[in-house]
Design a protein around this ligand. Structure first.
Ligand SMILES: [Zn+2]
Ligand SMILES: [Zn+2]
Length: 242
């Protein structure tokens, strides 16, 4: 009751603004009409493992060519946006601009896609940043998304269930195989969080999925730590233009 009244007061003092252009918006959806139209939200048939859009319609799980050729260690996955146009812009603003307000709204967009993957006792876990990068950037954008997603879905979450075991070299320019190999040993369940993961379904959260190498390493770590199954949800999926 008090919460709702407070919300109304806050809304009058701070009317909601578009996350991208700052214009006034009328809904809680976070974007004005113009920015909304230029944002590639995913809807319709998509790959059941990574969320890229697929042509046509189907009533069973379908997979993209990439997921058919690179087996994913997780069972199902989804994405809220394509990583292009405003999708890319939002990810970069979240990553570099300290924009916690974006995470709060994006968590709702992700929840809409992730709801069918929900299971009893599921726990949302972000892909960890390396401690050094964390210090430089001050916050883990994936942890902000995991928190917002967990809140929207009404499930538990843990910001630090996974950790980087050692410094990961820069991956840009490396071959896909080298990226997978480099990341393989780099993520593990934090020893003091082992009981949180064991025998529970895990919903892995990241801001962007490109090759899926980092998510694979994180999923393998959860499974090695005794997770019952792993699903993934990302804010934006990088997809080749058809
Ligand atoms: Zn706008
Ligand atoms: Zn796929």
């Amino acid at each position: 009751m008090f919460g709702a009244a407070l919300q109304t007061v806050l809304r009058v003092i701070y009317p909601p603004r578009c996350l991208i252009c700052g214009g006034l918006v009328e809904t809680d959806f976070g974007l004005c009409g113009g920015c909304w139209r230029d944002t590639p939200f995913l809807a319709g048939l998509s790959c059941s493992a990574c969320g890229v859009p697929l042509p046509g319609a189907s009533d069973r799980a379908e997979f993209c060519d990439e997921c058919l050729s690179v087996p994913r260690p997780w069972e199902a996955g989804c994405a809220a946006l394509l990583y292009r146009d405003n999708g890319r812009k939002l990810v970069l603003m979240l990553k570099h601009g300290d924009r916690h307000d974006i995470a709060a709204v994006a968590g709702g967009w992700m929840a809409r896609q992730a709801r069918p993957l929900l299971e009893d006792r599921m726990i949302a876990v972000p892909v960890p940043l390396h401690p050094r990068r964390h210090l430089r950037r001050r916050f883990n954008q994936s942890a902000l998304l995991a928190q917002a997603l967990a809140r929207a879905l009404g499930i538990g979450w843990s910001p630090d269930a996974l950790e980087r075991a050692r410094h990961t070299p820069v991956l840009d320019g490396k071959s896909r195989e080298a990226r997978f190999e480099t990341l393989g040993a780099a993520i593990r369940v934090a020893p003091n969080r082992a009981a949180l993961i064991r025998d529970r379904p895990v919903l892995l959260v990241d801001d962007v999925m490109t090759s899926g190498a980092t998510l694979s390493a994180a999923a393998e770590a959860c499974l090695a730590g005794g997770a019952r199954r792993v699903c993934v949800c990302v804010l934006a999926r990088v997809a080749k233009r058809p």
